[in-house]
Ligand binder design. Sequence first.
Ligand code: ADP
Ligand code: MG
Length: 473
Amino acid sequence: MTTFADLGLSETTLKALQDVGYEKPSPIQEQAIPPLMEGRDVIGQAQTGTGKTAAFGIPMVEQVDPSIKEVQALVLTPTRELCIQVTQALRSYGAPKGIDVVAVFGGAPIRTQQAQLNKGGHVVVGTVGRVLDLISRNALILHDARYVVLDEADEMLDLGFLEDVEKILRMTPNGRQTALFSATMPDPIRKLADRYLYDPVTVKVEAETLTTENVEQFQLEVKPADKAARLVDVLKAERPEQAIVFVRTKVRCDQLNRTLKDKGLNVKALHGDMSQGARDGVMLAFKGGRLPILVATDVAARGLDISTVTHVVNFDIPTSPDVYAHRIGRTGRMGKTGRAITFVEPRQKRDLEAIEKHIGTTIAPWSAGARGEPTTVRERPRRHTKPRVSRNGDERYVTLFARGGAADGLEVADVVHAITEKAKLDGEAVRDVRLLQRFAILSVPAGDAERIARQVSGTTVKGHRLELEPARA
Ligand code: ADP
Ligand code: MG
């Protein structure tokens, strides 16, 4: 068994690693640290959660000289979240040696970051756009950045950053040492490595060990219209400590978030269209354990290191087996076990087969079984005679009854949206929405009820004709 001491690290760095609680190097660290310590360029390929940050961060800390007041190392990251995460990790590895790490990223005041750079910073971790911006303002000078890392390089490709990455690389010294870390190695990334890395050592940790050993994987066949309801069943049965629910698009992310909220779950959305402040708030709540369920898109959640995630739900099946591996790599990290449940629509069976082929095993059907029966929302048809009136604050609210429910492909958000649009109400006016299979029940201010029923009835929502009428009690 290899220890960190075997890798020839200094006493100071060994102390830092002891402080953060790393007992022995992970496989990618064991392979990447020695060549990086020798000054070689390295291409490191390993799934998320395998410890890539320390693989490049430990040699970086060893090579930076805190007595020199120049930027000696640069790490480029695709997203702000990763930037902050890498910065925190590098700070912890470099603390005993007195290494200053400055994070620069978009969406935050550039002046503050300029000021931080003015005061010094041996290591800069930044997102591509902001780094270029600071270079053009002469606030960031890379003449002495002899250690350069491209972290999560394949995501930079997804985000269309490669040209800018090349611009930045050209502003660093020719004799620099370059490391490129990535979960996958698509062609353009390989080409970039060919052009900008010198005689690199390639180290690779196979994906399979990560995805199949620590994560129990399940699949669940479900019709599109039933997905939200089934998700609630799954969450109730699994009782996750923390779960990430993956969806395909930003719009679906927002919709599902609202639907789950309306069903009373403590949930928040994370996607690329949210303001940076909102994203930070959500990430902090999730990392701090205050938020049990996160609904996220791939780009927003990839590479995030949250070791307490017990469950991953693929609400929308991933677009490729690689993405599948990334997603379920969010759980079962660093020796813990996790569970991953993938929803498969009838027309998506082929996608599931492709994933099974990739991971080299079949994925078992999910059943609530061991974790208790799922609680399903019962349909309770009503036949009423009098309008039901309730007091809700100062305003009187009455219950309306909508023909159209989950079985028609409707979601709570659709119903609320149709009502607020047609009857020109704000969202707050529609309360207590409960979506059942064939109809929905909701409350609106008593004074507006008749008008709302009249104006909204007959509206087509997702190809379904919505009929609204006062419920009779
Ligand atoms: P990656 O970049 O490959 O996705 P990270 O560098 O974010 O992975 O590391 C994932 C998690 O593992 C982090 O919480 C990190 O602190 C932890 N970790 C990294 N190396 C070790 C180690 N040698 N021993 C224990 N935990 C580690
Ligand atoms: Mg990483």
